[in-house]
Design a protein around this ligand. Structure first.
Ligand SMILES: Cc1cc2nc3c(=O)[nH]c(=O)nc-3n(C[C@H](O)[C@H](O)[C@H](O)COP(=O)(O)O)c2cc1C
Length: 542
């Protein structure tokens, strides 16, 4: 099987060494893969279609008839060059935060050493644990860029302000801000406290914000300068200087906006093809209004785990791509072997929405794995009880006994005692507020299960395997399908930086294939796809 042609030939002729033209399928594929070189497809005097990476094109004279051309285009050209330059990256590729340290120190360090941008999963961790991560990552990535997740915490505001204080103190220069519904004084503090001016009056933005959003009404807050009310309050408290408040009026709240489509974890399940253009247009409208010196870049997340999905995002105008689910199955992720092994087997349909622990009472859901665990249906059942009854005592006895035996493995009143003990150390007000409010008490009891189930998954608690809460999106299954039969099929071989490189190099290859197809070429199936091969050298730096 080889390539075919049905199109209008170029008015160009190829001149070069006949030894540099190949005609057999295997050699053609090799030439196609060298995306750092041009690719010329021509017809020889015997009517055969051949491919070369060398030679020159002439518009007249003797030479072979050129059928199609693809210019050099490597993975490192995909996306926005200013994104790569600002963060000192080899590829416009970022790994998203994964809570509870699933996006671990090892993961962020491995990604950073490959000159890519990783974000530590600080959400859900106590400050001392985050500090430990900061110290380890800073020690291992002295010259590379890394980010920390700043997650909005509507219920426990002290967590958010504490994280900002820690990030400012420790010189964390990039945060991935997520779960925000609107701006808070804390995120404004982080951003504005990093503003300065050089000798020429140029604004220096030292604290970069990459905001993750899935709705226009949230994006808009990050695409404008900080609100005056917050600047005034921060000035009064002496947290920012008058100059910083002045500079804040000229820069947007975020340098980059990640558009999050249907992803693992918290998601609005939006399709990327619909959402990305909406946010890009919004950015353009606001850029026209504010004329920022540096246009906000828009990246894409949610569903990206294959060369085709990454290329689609770049072709729609994404400045960079962000992956999540696929990294949880990699060896560096802070989860258990059990989870990694399970993730290797899932299909894209093996996911479901289930109640989220942090916003349980509000009915917020997140995307989890439904294969190999009963967490999803069990958590949904608890939410149904919460909606139906005002207190645990209203639950019919037989049903209450069933959930006590199957889900909690203890009487609900005993779980309540555990909750009291937990919150007394962490946030006693939670218990105070639940004292005369049986509905709230029920929520806290149910959240005991929702909170612990992800810890069980991360720790690999074997007698709780049926209750593992594993955040996961359809992209995991897409990745498994793509790598089937390659060295990346076994989860033990999956390393975050290698996965990143394969996705990006694959995207550059597919770009070439699509470019040539649009000029009239058809390829045999094996050439249309990019199967990972273990030969790309990661650009590891010290
Ligand atoms: C296990 C897991 C945990 C996550 N935790 C967080 C988090 O704490 N903060 C955050 O901003 N995003 C979190 N995300 C979202 C990712 O950072 C990323 O944006 C998303 O997974 C991309 O979509 P994908 O899952 O389709 O790759 C999480 C995703 C997963 C799979």
């Amino acid at each position: 099987m080889t390539i075919h042609y049905q199109g209008t030939p170029q008015q160009l002729f190829w001149k070069g060494s006949p030894y540099d033209i190949v005609f057999d399928a295997e050699s053609i594929q090799q030439k196609l893969k060298e995306t750092d070189k041009p690719c010329y497809v021509m017809k020889d005097f015997r009517g055969r279609i051949g491919v070369s990476n060398t030679g020159e094109l002439v518009s007249e004279g003797r030479g072979l008839q050129v059928l199609a051309i693809a210019n050099p285009m490597t993975a490192s050209q995909l996306g926005d060059s200013s994104f790569r330059e600002d963060y000192n990256l080899g590829l416009a590729y970022k790994t998203g935060a994964m809570a509870n340290g699933i996006a671990s120190e090892e993961l962020v360090i491995a990604i950073g050493k490959a000159n890519l941008l990783g974000s530590f999963g600080a959400a859900g961790l106590v400050p001392s644990r985050v500090l430990q991560a900061i110290e380890r990552i800073q020690e291992n990535l002295p010259h590379q860029t890394y980010a920390f997740n700043l997650i909005h915490s509507p219920v426990e505001a002290a967590l958010e302000s504490g994280a900002v204080a820690l990030f400012l103190e420790k010189g964390i220069r990039v945060v991935e801000a997520s779960a925000f519904l609107a701006l808070t004084e804390h995120i404004v503090h982080y951003r504005v406290a990093g503003l300065d001016q050089d000798a020429n009056g140029k604004i220096q933005i030292k604290n970069k914000v990459i905001a993750k959003i899935s709705r226009k009404e949230v994006a808009i807050h990050f695409m404008q300068p900080a609100p005056e009310s917050f600047l005034k309050s921060l000035l009064e408290k002496g947290k920012i200087t008058a100059l910083q408040a002045e500079l804040a009026r000229k820069v947007p709240m975020a340098d980059d906006i990640t558009v999050e489509a249907d992803s693992g974890g918290h998601t609005d399940n939006r399709p990327l093809v619909a959402l990305l253009p909406i946010i890009i247009q919004l950015r353009d409208e606001l850029q026209l209004k504010y004329q920022f010196a540096q246009k906000i870049r828009i990246g894409a997340a949610g569903g990206i785990s294959t060369p085709a999905s990454a290329l689609a995002a770049f072709m729609m105008g994404a400045a960079y791509v962000v992956t999540g689910s696929v990294n949880q199955a990699c060896i560096e992720a802070g989860t258990s072997e059990h989870v990694r092994k399970l993730l290797q087997t899932v299909a894209s349909t093996d996911v479901m929405m289930a109640p989220a622990s942090d916003m349980f009472e509000m009915g917020v859901e997140l995307q989890v794995l439904k294969r190999g665990t009963l967490f999803g249906p069990r958590a949904k059942k608890l939410y149904d009880y919460y909606k139906q009854y005002q207190s645990i005592d209203e639950i019919p006895l037989d049903e209450r006994l069933k959930i006590e035996q199957q889900i909690f493995r203890k009487p609900l009143e005993q779980i309540w005692q555990d909750c009291i003990e937990f919150f007394e150390k962490r946030d006693p007000e939670q218990i105070e507020r639940a004292k005369d409010n049986p509905h709230r008490k029920m929520a806290l009891i149910f959240r005991w299960y929702l909170g612990l189930s992800s810890n069980w998954a991360n720790a690999g608690t074997s007698d709780r395997a049926a209750d593992y809460q594993i955040w996961c999106g359809p992209s995991m299954g897409a990745f498994n399908d793509w790598v089937k039969g390659s060295f990346l099929e076994p989860y033990q071989n999956r390393k975050v930086a290698e996965v990143a490189e394969q996705i990006m190099h694959g995207a550059a290859y597919l770009y070439r294939i699509q470019t040539l197809k649009m000029q009239g070429l058809t390829f045999p199936l094996e050439m249309e796809h990019y199967l990972p091969v273990q030969q790309i050298e990661a650009a590891i730096t010290d």
